[in-house]
Design a protein around this ligand. Structure first.
Ligand code: MN
Length: 305
């Protein structure tokens, strides 16, 4: 049992580095909170006019959840996937034991781009398994009756919310849902008391559990709540994240999620050696080299809340 919390996770600006000349806003991992459910990484890139060129790079042990807000993104991976992604659609890539992929904005010129990219850590039962890629273009939507104002609407991107399940493949009890609150509305969103949750304010204004949020803030709520009150004056777009607290200690470094320093070091060597483990992405002659490992052993991140 974690209990109720009300902790604002302010995002920090992080350069993606390497041949990726982009800055992103990152809310998780937080120094005191490595995961929310199995969510282990929350990034927003944009809004910006940009020509995104994220060249091929590897992942292990996690799923990437890409949810564009503005602009189109082309995804290619070592399974041979080649898929354009736009607003309302989900790209879900499962790394398992290893995959590589690239992400480009559409066209050769800078375009308006804004997207959420979140990572979900895989449990022991799935993290050594096969890689996969899914695109979902018809996600379930539902209405949440307002206490005041117009009803809110939700799109269930991942897992389950209010009894409605996303078709996307998940490996832990989890929720990821986009929530739209109309102007002048107060609403109670249903939660599961055994799960921990957080709400990220993407656009507009919102007060969550009585706490006003700034844009891009994520309010961590802990568990032990069966609902949370949200109200907005001008209207808001939020993203609800949550799930069963993830118990394994995870070691995260670069694009890898594992359980030990040695696993991460091996994945790094495999990428640098162009091992078949990560395959190759067609249509590229550049790939992102792994940064050097730090001079100390990588340690698991632990929860300090
Ligand atoms: Mn990636």
């Amino acid at each position: 049992m974690i209990g109720q919390r009300r902790l604002v996770l302010e995002p920090r600006e992080v350069p993606l580095g390497g041949v990726r000349g982009m800055n992103v806003l990152r809310a998780l991992p937080h120094r005191n909170l490595p995961t929310i459910g199995a969510w282990c990484f929350l990034d927003r890139f944009g809004p910006a006019d940009t020509r995104m060129r994220v060249e091929p790079h590897p992942h292990i042990g996690l799923q990437t959840v890409t949810w564009p807000l503005v602009g189109e993104i082309r995804h290619r991976d070592s399974l041979g996937s080649d898929a354009d992604l736009r607003r309302g659609q989900l790209n879900l890539m499962t790394a398992g034991n290893g995959i590589s992929h690239s992400e480009y904005s559409i066209g050769d010129e800078p375009i308006p781009l804004d997207a959420l990219q979140f990572w979900v850590v895989l449990p022991e039962s799935a993290r050594h398994g096969a890689a996969g890629f899914e695109q979902h273009t018809a996600l379930p939507a539902l209405t949440v009756t307002a206490d005041t104002g117009a009803d809110a609407s939700a799109t269930v991107v991942l897992g389950e919310f209010a009894g409605v399940a996303s078709p996307a493949t998940v490996h832990t009890p989890i929720v990821g849902a986009e929530i739209v609150i109309p102007a002048g509305t107060r609403v109670r969103l249903p939660l599961r008391a055994k799960w921990e949750h957080a709400l990220m304010l993407v656009e507009g204004d919102a007060e969550v559990a009585g706490h006003p949020l700034a844009r891009n803030d994520t309010l961590y709520l802990g568990d032990s709540r069966d609902e949370v009150e949200v109200q907005s004056t001008e209207g808001a777009l939020l993203f609800l994240l949550g799930g069963e607290p993830f118990d394994d200690d995870i070691v995260m470094w670069w694009n890898f999620a594992g359980r030990s320093h040695d696993e991460i070091a091996e994945a790094r060597e495999d990428w640098e050696a162009a091992s078949v483990r990560f395959g190759s992405v067609d249509g590229h002659d550049v790939r992102i080299p792994a940064p050097p490992l730090p001079p100390v052993r990588l340690m698991p991140r632990s929860r300090k809340l």
